[in-house]
Design a protein around this ligand. Structure first.
Ligand SMILES: Cc1cc2nc3c(=O)[nH]c(=O)nc-3n(C[C@H](O)[C@H](O)[C@H](O)COP(=O)(O)OP(=O)(O)OC[C@H]3O[C@@H](n4cnc5c(N)ncnc54)[C@H](O)[C@@H]3O)c2cc1C
Length: 430
């Protein structure tokens, strides 16, 4: 564990010491995290010592610890970056304003579904790679944490209402054969159970790539795995501002080698001073959880933006709304009632099923919809892991691994639409 300087602890007498320390730290942290000179600078015991002539104990959120990587936000993106960085040998701390999963990641839907297999591009390939590696990732997290994230690759059924829809589906089946490389299928079926899937007048698509996960259980599992691997998660610690090599919190500054902003919707605000703009927004979603006696391997259903996701434990999630304007981010209302009506029409098995929870959250959407990953212009050593929007759980482990590689200075192959520059307004791009 490394000791950190917490400016608050210096007091008046140390004001003359602080600028020297700030320069020393800036120089140390300009080195890549694994650089031998950094270790030398940290000292024999791996301790980054900072003179504290007052002799008073340093105060702060992570007293006595200056991590290689500081992650802001313990949602699925922040925890995934933390996990990948720990696996690369970095020391990691996560600062979370509330508790892990307090944002969009504490939800209930958890459909991990692919883009349609047509008009193939690097973004679709990225998502395919993520979905195909998700099973192994979550099995490892479950084994290390001892917490079941509720992952299962159960596939997805989509009704085909007319001949045109069926023809398009047949094209996509051919696309899946080419682009999914035999790892999954986009099958046409005529035998969908009408008690499970209604509206299949011209059959259904059974796509075998989709999986489900229980979001808040996945967050619990990943947070426990991060801690089991030596990562520190500090709840109740809101970051107010971020600069190269340090963040300001209510409890004082914290210094770190590299910083990743994964704070969901508020994360766009944390980056705004450096970017000169707010590069994203929240899109509210409402969903519900119902109790229904459904086989554990039942496939999820999808039609026209609506998901029905059986979680294999007697609970079925339905969602979601997509709202660009709202009054109360965490409140549910009549829009969710409409979702429930549509869900029961799509899935007759839900008729009469008890609603056990109504839930709402804000999805972080970067300006141009795709995730926003990479170093933030104007903030050296500070990275964005934001913009998960509607697909965060399907790609988080893959995105987290890429961001962890960027943090350690490795070149990565990122779809252009995932870069930070892609999301900045014209004239402000790097
Ligand atoms: C109704 C609904 C249904 C959805 N369904 C699906 C689905 O089926 N499949 C799917 O893949 N995705 C789905 N999503 C999207 C998914 O939930 C998001 O993509 C994902 O959770 C975003 O994760 P995140 O870590 O980027 O953000 P968040 O989960 O919002 O995490 C950000 C974290 O940062 C913390 N934080 C904020 N500000 C600060 C600060 N200043 N200092 C410290 N910490 C801070 C927050 O408290 C929070 O814990 C759905 C979302 C909603 C709302």
């Amino acid at each position: 564990m490394r000791e950190i300087g917490v400016k608050k602890a210096y007091g008046k007498r140390q004001l003359s010491v602080w600028p020297f320390e700030a320069w020393r730290l800036a120089l140390i942290h300009a080195l890549p995290p694994a650089h031998p000179l950094r270790d030398a600078a940290y000292g024999r015991r791996g301790t980054l010592t900072i003179a504290n002539p007052s002799g008073r104990a340093a105060r702060g959120p992570e007293r006595g610890f200056a991590p290689d990587l500081l992650v802001v936000g313990a949602g699925i993106f922040g925890l995934s970056v933390a996990w990948a960085a720990l696996k690369r040998g970095l020391s990691v701390a996560v600062l979370e304003a509330e508790t892990p999963g307090a944002g969009a990641s504490g939800g209930i839907v958890g459909a991990l579904s692919p883009h349609v297999p047509e008009q193939w591009n690097p973004k679709k390939q990225f998502q395919l790679d993520a979905l195909l590696s998700a099973g192994t990732h979550w099995a490892e997290v479950a084994a290390i944490s001892g917490v079941d994230p509720g992952y299962a690759r159960t596939g997805r059924l989509m009704p085909l209402s007319d001949a045109e829809a069926r023809e398009r589906a047949a094209d996509r089946a051919r696309g899946a054969a080419v682009h999914w490389g035999g790892a999954a299928e986009w099958r046409l079926r005529d035998d969908a159970d009408p008690g499970w899937l209604a509206g299949a007048a011209c059959g259904a698509v059974h796509e075998t790539l989709s999986a489900r996960i229980f979001p808040r259980a996945a967050v619990r599992a990943l947070a426990a795995a991060v801690e089991a691997r030596g990562g520190r998660i500090r709840s109740g610690c809101a970051v107010r501002a971020v600069a190269g090599g340090r963040v300001e919190t209510d409890m004082g500054p914290v210094i770190a080698g590299r910083i990743v902003i994964a704070a969901g919707v508020p994360g766009f605000g944390l980056m705004a001073p450096a970017l000169g703009q707010v590069a994203g927004q929240g899109v509210k979603g409402q969903a519900a959880l119902l109790r229904a006696d459904v086989p554990p391997d039942a496939p999820m259903l999808y039609h026209d933006g609506l998901y029905v996701v059986p979680h294999g434990n007697g609970l079925v999630a339905v969602g979601s709304t997509s709202e660009n304007r709202w009054d109360e981010a965490r409140a549910t209302d009549g829009l969710l009632d409409d979702v429930l009506v549509r869900a029961r029409a799509l899935c007759p098995a839900l008729e009469g099923a008890e609603v056990v929870e109504r839930w709402a959250g804000l999805r972080p959407k970067a300006r141009r919809r795709d995730p926003m990953l990479g170093e933030i212009p104007g903030l050296a050593g500070v990275y964005s892991a934001n913009g998960a929007f509607k697909i965060g759980f399907g790609i988080a482990h893959h995105a987290g691994a890429l961001v962890a590689r960027m943090v350690t200075g490795e070149a990565v192959d990122l779809p252009e639409s995932f870069t930070v520059a892609h999301h900045l307004s014209r004239g402000l791009r790097a």
